[in-house]
Design a protein around this ligand. Sequence first.
Ligand code: PLP
Length: 443
Amino acid sequence: MPDSPNSTPMSQTDGLLARHRAVMPNWAGLYYDEPIEIVSGKGNRVVDASGKSYLDFFAGILTNMIGYDIPEVREAVERQLATGVVHTSTVYLLRGQIELAEKIARLSGIPDAKVFFTNSGTEANETALLLATYARGSDQVLAMRQSYHGRSFGAISVTSNRSWKNNSLSPLNVHFLHGTDQHLAQFRGMSDADYIAACVDDLRHVLATAVTKDVAALIAEPIQGVGGFTMAPDGLFAAYKEVLDEEGILFVSDEVQTGWGRTGSAFFGIHNHGVTPDMMTFAKGLGNGFAVGGVVARGDLMDGPHAAGVATFGGNPISMAAAGATLDYVLDHDLQANAARTGEIIIGGLREAATRLPVVGDVRGKGLMFAVELVDPATGAPAPALAVRFMEETKKLGLLIGKGGLYGNALRMAPPLTLTEDEAREGLGILVTALETINDEAR
Ligand code: PLP
């Protein structure tokens, strides 16, 4: 995660933080003045080394999509372990891999879809970019401002935030588009329709002026994750897709954070926009903590002459067992509907609190993916220091959340899709209490 590490020193009884600092890079960010070591988890809660229990409103980092120690997932992994077949790579038939690919292909809505499994979201995006640039014979790619797509050369190239780009040696020729920046002064006061029209004009202008050859693809997150859960207005991606289709440009939807029903209103985030992309990438939650990523793409793109080769550990039997059980659990328990129901309770409650707390600059989200932006109550300017304070306050009250956004002032929340209505109200109560405290302090 590219969130900044918290620099305040602390003492831990066994000196784990000092040991971390000695052997881990300083950009491997830790949350909190006193970072915690999580030692166990059950349901939607985790326990730290001191025995303190937390309701996890960030699902690990959107990894524990259906919570912790889920018997169905544990048993599926144990069954696979018991066969002794832990790894056979992709050179032999793997039943679990094929069954999972069949389900994902069907759920994707992409015609004649095929699936390639990787170990992470970065690798998934790298694969999608390879496929798209091969298919179109071009290194030109479009991406969205404020995006985050991972930390390899290709994925960083299409990432748009100075502090998350650790290098400038981009292997791709990338142009960044408007679409998730309606808050900028130049767009202020515009209706959604006018903003979309302005963005489409800009896209056409980019295509007419800024490129030297045909463009291979647009890669976009339906809701920007690390960017602070920033969203394009409804209709923007459909309008972009029309232009892309006219120009033969491929559309890659990065569903690493938005997939599997998290947004409540659709199974994949881009389906909220009524758009069927040419490819989708996924990772994070599918393995419920086990490393699984992948690309689902139109068969003709996947079967191109320059296939991306083997991912040695991609689609390994253990990850496939975990992912198969997790996806079945999501479908069997209709967790998409649960995300809609519980998300509405929390987002509604936060919006109500925002009306009386000037420290809240914005509440946004869909389903169980929502964010609060903290601002200076006097000036309305982004207040990243208040976000750091808020994290400490919610931790104290027993709630884990995430942080991020272009200005570091967005509090990001994405609880497990198994969140109960009681837990939704409990978490909301803590969030509102902490907002009231921060609001008082900031006045
Ligand atoms: N794409 C999105 C939207 C992400 O949020 C992330 C990680 O936060 C990635 C890609 C990279 O995934 P990974 O960290 O598994 O490589």
